[in-house]
Design a protein around this ligand. Sequence first.
Ligand code: TMP
Ligand code: ASP
Length: 254
Amino acid sequence: MSRRKKMYEGKAKVIYEGPEPGTLIAHFKDDATAFNNEKHDVLEGKGVLNNRISEYLMQQLGDIGVPTHFIKRLNMREQLIREVEIIPLEIVCRNIAAGSICKRLGIKEGERLSRPIVEYFYKDDDLGDPLVAEEHIAAFNWAGPQELEDMVSMTLRVNDFLSGLFAAVNIRLVDFKLEFGRRYEGEMVRTILADEISPDSCRLWDITSGKKLDKDRFRQNMGNVTDAYAEVARRLGVMKDQPRLKVITNGDDE
Ligand code: TMP
Ligand code: ASP
């Protein structure tokens, strides 16, 4: 496995060449970073959990007709995905104020927003992924007008669907980040959902207690990060075949 060609290494995943043209393999690492790499740690088992949670959520979204890059899970840490050209934007959707919007606008964490807010961040680590407006996206041609429209409508659809899915297991979807890619199909270019959807890229609060079940536990040094991710997986009904996470955190094979 290790002799495969590495195409790209990010903070939480490694992307390898896939078995067929147009495919890639995403390998979920245990590394966690925050504040643009200032804070780094290895959280044993996180990659396994995110692989499973993202698989489940992407599959559910695929089932309602949202096009995604997910093809199938290969093993505990890896999934086969469609190769796309990543659009250099992070599309964030917020239902409740938390994180950067609170700092930026002086809003109290936990305040319910009167409507979902979609924000765009330009993907550039050196710049710290700055917030940008539609004007910047158009002027610098990071995405075309149709692509942007497709990304926003898919994001709102994902928000409605995942809000319901999480509410059913007593979890509030506070906010999340999506990434999209271009898929070239002959003469056609399609915008499809890419990257991952996991507690690394969402804020998830227990509805009853308000307990944080996401990466804010790491960002804010709250501890029990992977326990919280495992709780999300358990409530979603994934990892049912592997109740004891602690013994299955190394190796790529099941
Ligand atoms: P923010 O409040 O820090 O802007 O984050 C909004 C959402 O985006 C939150 O669910 C966490 C997620 N996110 C990422 O997935 N990657 C990132 O690099 C950042 C900053 C946020
Ligand atoms: N993923 C980003 C980083 O590494 C930030 C974050 O999620 O808070 O730095």
